[in-house]
Design a protein around this ligand. Sequence first.
Ligand code: FES
Ligand code: FES
Length: 195
Amino acid sequence: MNARLSRRRFIKGVIASSIAAASTSAWYSVAQADRPQGAVERLLTINVNGKKRRVDVLPQETLAHTLRYKLGLTGTKLGCNRGECGCCTVLVDDITHYSCSMLTHSVRGRSVTTVEGVQAPNGDLHPVQQAFVDELGPQCGYCTPGQVMAAVALLKVNPKPTRDEARIAMSGNLCRCGAYDHYLNAVMRASGQRT
Ligand code: FES
Ligand code: FES
């Protein structure tokens, strides 16, 4: 198979649903071990990707933890787990947030969108996702879901950003592979300013 085509297929898989962490159960075990003694879960209803989800949540539980380990939405990645890298970025009421740094209790009554929620109901990729594929944006792909969410949020409020505006809007998302220019090319393509 053509190497470029094969890489494009890999990237499409990364962008569409994001690769589930192979170590999900190991992470979950660690998280359970960290559970404070006497902490009691409370049943919450939260709105995620347009659906009401009922889930038992600890008082200090982060949204990233709930999404990944209780709702199975592993497209949201955990990197630094302390508000520095952006790979856990989701939208809350259409504004980007680091889900590792917000409590799940704080999103009651608000609308959460993860990378699994941006594609069309028929499975078509969001224009940002398609542009990331077309520009061969990701390298390893780990930061990609956060980059997608940052770009989606930007284009909602600024459909035709300049490259510098896009750079600033995406600056909260680090990429250890250094694929920044690819991502910026993709944002410009998704906004119709690059063909
Ligand atoms: S994992 Fe949330 S900012 Fe790094
Ligand atoms: S593509 Fe590897 S961290 Fe960004």
